[in-house]
Design a protein around this ligand. Structure first.
Ligand code: PAF
Length: 276
């Protein structure tokens, strides 16, 4: 496994490589990331994993500074997982000048976009740059970041990028908590409380599958239950899987998206449903 920091060196290493598969990450890897690498290997070409804590997708007062940088431990997991190249670019080389790409409303400022202004602009900018640097045939993203995945699929379509986007299911701890690098911020008491989010999403899903269609009531009830247990809820929203907008009356493929804070830690999760 090669550890590469420079763009030119990476391009050189990948010259002539067929079907490169790419897993963009911000490091501090867990089993969910390693599962993305496993899926990337199935493309049959070299597997590149980027580790880059992207300043552009963190807002003021967010956790950019304290986001864990664990390169050695990450590499120790990536090598046995079959990674060929770890690409760890410098901020100065990634962003030699101000970036001005815009993600347009409505999704830029809906759901997580409303609570993290500029976040998706930062995500799309870095992923587009990384796509152009790595030039993969396949790129793997987890469904836990559902809104991110939706926007990146749209970006890939709109710019005619010749990249297959593979959507990986969310990996969960035994108690249901979605694996996330930010779970490490939770205190033991918060970690014990955290699986409530997924339990509630499943309960909302069961209500929808049983025929309930009063989405605002379902969302408000779930938010109230979380608040009663000390969460600060950013949103719980029933949306169309296809558009991530409010579902039409006869829409059957739904997703319930949630973001809520326990102490200082913001957790996101979602559950897909077919209520047809
Ligand atoms: O999902 C992430 O870890 C990040 O948003 C990504 C896609 C690596 C871009 O920085």
């Amino acid at each position: 496994m090669q550890l590469i920091h420079g763009v030119a060196e990476l391009r050189q290493a990948l010259t002539g490589a067929p079907r490169t598969a790419f897993v963009p990450t911000m490091g501090n890897l867990h089993a969910g990331h390693i599962d993305l690498v496993r899926q990337a290997r199935q493309a049959g070409g070299p597997v590149v994993v980027s580790i880059f804590v992207n300043p552009l997708q963190f807002g003021q007062g967010e956790d950019f500074e304290r986001y864990p940088r664990t390169l050695d431990a990450d590499c120790a997991q990536l090598e046995p997982a079959g990674t060929d190249i770890v690409f760890c670019p410098d901020v100065a080389e990634m962003y030699p000048e101000a970036q001005t790409f815009q993600v347009q409303p409505p999704l830029a400022d809906e759901l997580c976009g409303a609570f993290r202004p500029g976040h998706f602009q930062g995500v799309c900018t870095v992923v587009l740059k990384l796509f152009e640097i790595v030039r993969p045939k396949v790129a793997v993203f987890g469904k836990k970041d559902y809104q991110q995945l939706h926007l990146l699929k749209g970006m890939t379509r709109q710019f005619n990028l010749d990249i297959d986007i593979v959507e990986a299911e969310t990996l969960r701890a035994d108690d249901g908590l979605a694996l996330s690098s930010r779970n490490g911020y939770l205190s033991p008491a918060e970690r014990a409380e955290a699986p409530r989010l997924y339990r509630l999403l499943k309960a909302c899903g069961a209500d929808l599958c049983a025929g309930q269609r009063d989405y605002p009531a379902i969302e408000a009830d779930a938010a109230r239950q979380l608040a009663e247990h000390g969460w600060r809820v950013d949103y719980i929203a029933v949306r169309s899987q296809a558009t991530l907008l409010a579902p039409g009356a006869d829409e059957t493929r739904l997703v319930i998206l949630a973001a809520a804070r326990l102490g200082n830690t913001r957790l996101i999760d979602n559950i897909e449903l077919n209520v047809g």
